[in-house]
Design a protein around this ligand. Sequence first.
Ligand code: G3H
Ligand code: 13P
Ligand code: ZN
Length: 325
Amino acid sequence: MSVDYKSLGLVNTRDLFAKAVKGGYAIPAYNFNNLEQMQAIVQACTETKSPVILQVSAGARKYANQTLLRFLAQGAVEYAKELGGGKNVPIVLHLDHGDTFELCCDCINSGFSSVMIDGSHLPYEENIALTRRVVEYAHARDVSVEGELGVLAGVEDEVSAEHHTYTQPEEVEDFVKRTGVDSLAISIGTSHGAYKFKPGQVPDIRMDILREIERRIPGFPIVMHGSSSVPAELVDQINQYGGKMSDAVGIREDQVRDACTSAVCKVNIDSDGRLAMTAAIRKVMVEKPDEFDPRKYLGPARDALRAVYKHKNLNVLGSAGHAFD
Ligand code: G3H
Ligand code: 13P
Ligand code: ZN
């Protein structure tokens, strides 16, 4: 039996992206794998009045089960309504880094309102053919589709690419026209994970490539993956309480902020949330070694995650206050 996302109170990305591009801000796309992450994301986005994309990776599906995650997202709408006094912030349920047509269809039929088909590792024409096929299936059901051109460095779904292949601006117009995608993920120097660069060697993200892409497809919704900033204070807290993450380095937040004022209208963040939760849990474990109630460490982890995501919405992505535009 297939489930229509609209009956769950979820929305697709189309209107949200149009408003974000016009308004010079980006919608947060936060990965979730469990109840506490979902709660923290909904709390942060309700408190800052931000629309939100809840995204599910291959790793999340393996860990938590796709159906359970969809029920959590359905619950997120009700929870957001409760927190928002009867009106929920807009919530998208998105497949992150979908790699096959069948997987995208499966998610669409089980209540996802948006999917990413990541054909970025494929030869150009194969990427187009696969993406086009997903778009045809998705659009017939009013589900939005994100495609990708260019490959990010870093670890993603247990696959790791050592070097970036930057998006070639001369391909973007042809790609979006021939595939019909609703948004395009690009590679401009961001990367997945907590070890993006060598300490002391943080390069600028390639705003020149972003500007050239925008010149060629003005106003078209652009997505930036791998946008965690790996805050030093979280890494320090992890190391202070027994962790070993000394070389973890991310993207400068001021550069993410700059990108969000342009056609970048979706920013993917996962690693910063993982760091926040890990730092909080390590602190409890060290300071209260006799504690064994999971709520006593998952609760602080949830609070820490909420604080990081409120900060992102307010000070980095600029999505705060735009839930009901
Ligand atoms: O794209 C990477 C995301 O951080 C998801 O990672 O596949 O380990 O859940 P994951
Ligand atoms: P980070 O690892 O920088 O948080 O990126 C997450 C991401 O791009 C998920 O698709
Ligand atoms: Zn990604």
